[in-house]
Structures are given as C-alpha cells and as structure tokens.
Design a protein around this ligand. Structure first.
Ligand code: 5GP
Length: 114
C-alpha cells in the first residue's frame, strides 16, 4: 500500500522540522503554521483518523495523549496554554488522511473557531 504523506515524513523520506520521535510516533512543525508554535503529532501506524481507531489502538492513543503534554512543555507553551485539534473527514477539514493531533500555541485563540 502507498505510504501516506505523514508516513513518508516519519520515515524521513520527506524532510521536516522534527521536534520529537519515538518508536510509536513522531512530532514535527506544520509546514503552514497557524500560530508561533504549530506541531503535528502523528502515530507511525497509518490510522486514517480518530474514527478509524479501535480498542486495539488504546495503548497507542494513550501514548499520544501523554506526549501532547510533554511536547507542549518542551515547546514552552504548557503554562501559557495551547489548543489540540483532531480534524476528522471532509466536514472536519481533514486534508491529510493519516491521524494527527495539531498542537497549537504561542498566541491567544478564540473559541469557537471559525
Ligand atoms: P489537517 O487539515 O489534515 O487537519 O492538517 C494537515 C496539516 O498538515 C496542515 O496543517 C498542513 O499545513 C500540514 N501539512 C501538509 N503537508 C505538509 C508537509 O509536507 N509537511 C508538513 N510539515 N506539514 C504539512
């Protein structure tokens, strides 16, 4: 099966500004950041989206959730606050069909988003 864009980034076939990696996931800077800090946290496993995850992925999803805080602390935005976004499907505005968590911070944000 053809690798997803984010698998190619995780495998370093496409360059990125990587800020974290381990055996389960990678985190790199979004190519088109919407805030001073905009990181994409991506599992190496090419789950299409959060709705495609099953009980088999429970440990992986838990790992990702814990990495959000670690990455936010490392990026210096844990204290000031940040936003995590998981876009899903067409109406959710997902453009890359490989599950990813946006970690966005470094500026004040409004809610609800547009
Ligand atoms: P989505 O819209 O699917 O939730 O988010 C996909 C994100 O991937 C977008 O914010 C977009 O800027 C980012 N992106 C798309 N292609 C690349 C790429 O080649 N490299 C990096 N670092 N980010 C990308």
């Amino acid at each position: 099966m053809e690798k997803t864009l984010f698998q190619k980034i995780a495998d370093k076939e496409i360059p990125s500004d990587m800020v974290y990696e381990d055996e389960h996931c990678v985190a790199f800077r979004d190519i088109s950041p919407s805030a001073p800090v905009h990181i994409l946290l991506v599992p190496r496993k090419p789950l299409r989206d959060i709705a495609s995850a099953t009980a088999e992925d429970a440990a992986l999803l838990s790992h990702l959730m814990l990495k959000v805080g670690d990455i936010a602390r490392a990026q210096g935005i844990a204290e000031s606050g940040f936003r995590t976004v998981l876009n899903t499907g067409e109406d959710g505005g997902q453009t890359v069909p490989h599950l990813h968590i946006h970690i966005i911070g470094g500026r004040s944000m409004q809610w609800p988003p547009g």
